[in-house]
Ligand binder design. Sequence first.
Ligand SMILES: [Zn+2]
Length: 205
Amino acid sequence: MNNLDKLITLFESFPGVGARQAKRFAFHVLTMNDVDVADLSQLIATIKSSVVECDSCHRFFSKNGGDASLCSICSASNREHDRLLVVERDSDIQAIERAGVYNGLYFVLGGTVPLLRSADNEKLRAGALKATVQARLPEGLSEIILGFSINPDGENTARFIESVLNPILTESPVKISHLGRGLSTGSELEYADAETLKNALKNRY
Ligand SMILES: [Zn+2]
């Protein structure tokens, strides 16, 4: 396989990128100027050592030369440490932070469990979520909000996470809640506007 074909194959492995688009990306790289190509390859080569996963919420954050293991949200003393909002992806956090409607902590589950493929729950960070909840319990955690998409996969994931968390919450005052129907059916958190997110949080049940 020549280098161009290798690059096309790598782009094809990206989420949401098909064969045609992968080809366009690769040919685009050939038309970029040398400085941009050097920047791009340098970024790709170093991204995994400069951006790390937070030990508590598991979102990715930029180390900026420091050696912190917790992200700026988890380590902020002015955030409400009694609430934990569990979301599917890092991009959900970005949407909620941008909307400025929530001041608690987060946890990134890493996806959902499709209704018909329950074996996929292996891919989620269920064990890590348990560990984070157990670490937050003595710090006064009182509510875990499940913020998944309003669709069958999201509901299935909520049931799965409840089955994981309920055994460790029996002796605790922590309640599990769900985002309210301010979010319309089928909608994903990531694409919801600020008003919708605010209502979904306000109307949680
Ligand atoms: Zn964090």
